[in-house]
Design a protein around this ligand. Structure first.
Ligand SMILES: NC(=O)c1ccc[n+]([C@@H]2O[C@H](COP(=O)([O-])OP(=O)(O)OC[C@H]3O[C@@H](n4cnc5c(N)ncnc54)[C@H](OP(=O)(O)O)[C@@H]3O)[C@@H](O)[C@H]2O)c1
Length: 122
């Protein structure tokens, strides 16, 4: 089976995507604070905000696609902790996009329409 990396597998969207993916993919899921087991998913504790850790992860699992759902998903927390939120919501998202581009693999990114509604991209 092809290998799929789902970041934020311990979160709402990531967990549900894991359930949908395991029949067709060898799934690797990341978590941050909330350790949990998901049947047929290789769960990994990963500091996504560290580029060296990310590079090692890509080398280690040789993923063939990435769905990036890990995020600080609470708008109020983002507003009150802009720098901490930026490193996971912006920097990590860009770093993973670059690694996927380098590896020529698909990258699916989830975000909120509170920030970008989807029209007139920069
Ligand atoms: N839920 C929705 O209905 C919905 C709708 C539209 C868009 N979205 C967007 O989709 C994305 C995911 O939403 P969600 O509802 O699934 O969020 P969530 O339930 O809060 O899950 C967030 C995930 O990100 C991980 N995470 C948080 N901070 C991290 C960090 N610094 N480093 C590594 N991992 C970190 C969490 O890990 P731990 O739990 O292990 O700490 C968790 O797995 C967000 O961008 C959200 O805005 C969600």
């Amino acid at each position: 089976m092809k290998r799929l990396l789902i970041t934020g597998a311990s979160g709402f969207i990531g967990w549900n995507l894991c359930q949908l993916s395991t029949s067709e993919w060898e799934v690797y899921g990341t978590y941050f604070c909330n350790t949990l087991d998901i049947t047929n998913v290789n769960m990994l504790s990963v500091y996504l905000t560290d580029i060296h850790t990310l590079k090692s992860l890509f080398i280690q699992i040789k993923t063939e696609a990435v769905i990036h759902t890990a995020a600080q998903s609470q708008p109020n927390v983002c507003q009150n902790n802009t720098q901490e939120s930026h490193v996971i919501n912006v920097k990590a998202s860009c770093d993973i996009a670059r690694l996927c581009a380098d590896a020529k693999i698909p990258y699916i990114f989830t975000f909120t329409d509170l920030v970008f509604y989807g029209y007139n991209p920069p």
